[in-house]
Design a protein around this ligand. Structure first.
Ligand code: URA
Length: 243
């Protein structure tokens, strides 16, 4: 909270223009700091303490954004793709100025909880393999899922590349021609859930992430919808990062 920043950097970070453009805007007398018109875009201001207005509009400065998306199928969790739409294509311009990126990946056909942020330090620490953040998925599996499968998941499953997964918790919700399960894993190998079932000769038909650590997907979000995380939810993820 004690940090001062150049005024043009503050406004630039919020998407109000380039340094050159902001110099002109300030010179034109369109920017006020604490009620006074300023004439230099290079002055230092504490954006969390001072009231900054541009063209009469109050600037609510922040450095980081944290969004929760219910990722829909057929979009890629990446910042750029030359074939498919990415999750960033679903965001409003007002968030894109922060240069956000998806925290981790879900496959193109996987749905559900995806955090989108520009807080690189947090993302790096949360995604660090040593953190073992639990990730819970709801999955539909072709054929019956049995108590023996539950035991296998608990013991750890040897994947196609020889890697043995950590113990995971499989809960059978419905077993039948198409079974419904919930699975919690503590790591995030490439296509992990699909490969775990494949190792037991089973196919995942549908996959949706419903929780990461204690952060649960807000079920009121329809596929493709997103919202900002609450302060409490941000703290929940950061706590995990520190533990
Ligand atoms: N496991 C998978 O197989 N796919 C995902 O998208 C996430 C976990």
């Amino acid at each position: 909270m004690g940090k001062t920043l150049r005024l043009d950097r503050i406004l630039g970070n919020m998407g109000y223009g380039t340094r050159k453009e902001l110099k002109k805007i300030v010179r034109a007398g369109l920017v006020k700091v604490d009620g006074e018109v300023v004439n230099k875009s290079s002055i230092h201001v504490n954006p969390y303490v001072s009231i900054i207005e541009i063209n009469g509009e109050r600037v609510n400065y922040r450095e980081y954004i944290y969004l929760m998306m219910n990722k829909p199928p057929n979009v890629i969790s990446a910042t750029y793709d030359n074939v498919h739409r990415t999750v960033l294509d679903l965001l409003d311009e007002k968030y894109l100025v922060f240069n956000p990126f998806p925290m981790g990946r879900l496959d193109i056909d996987t749905e559900g909880l995806l955090i989108i942020t520009n807080d690189g330090k947090m993302a790096h620490e949360v995604l660090s393999p040593k953190n073992h953040i639990p990730k819970t998925y709801c999955a539909h599996i072709e054929g019956k899922v049995t108590d023996e499968d539950v035991e296998e998941f608990k013991k750890g499953i040897v994947l196609d590349d020889g890697y043995k997964t950590l113990s995971s918790e499989l809960n059978i919700l419905e077993s039948g021609d198409i079974s419904k399960v919930e699975l919690t894993i503590y790591e995030g190998k490439f296509h992990q859930v699909k490969r775990m079932f494949k190792a037991l000769d089973k196919e995942v038909l549908y996959l949706k992430r419903i929780a990461m650590g204690s952060l649960k997907l807000d079920e009121s979000l329809k596929p493709g919808e997103y919202r900002e995380l609450t302060k409490l939810e941000i703290m929940t993820i950061k706590e995990k990062e520190e533990s």
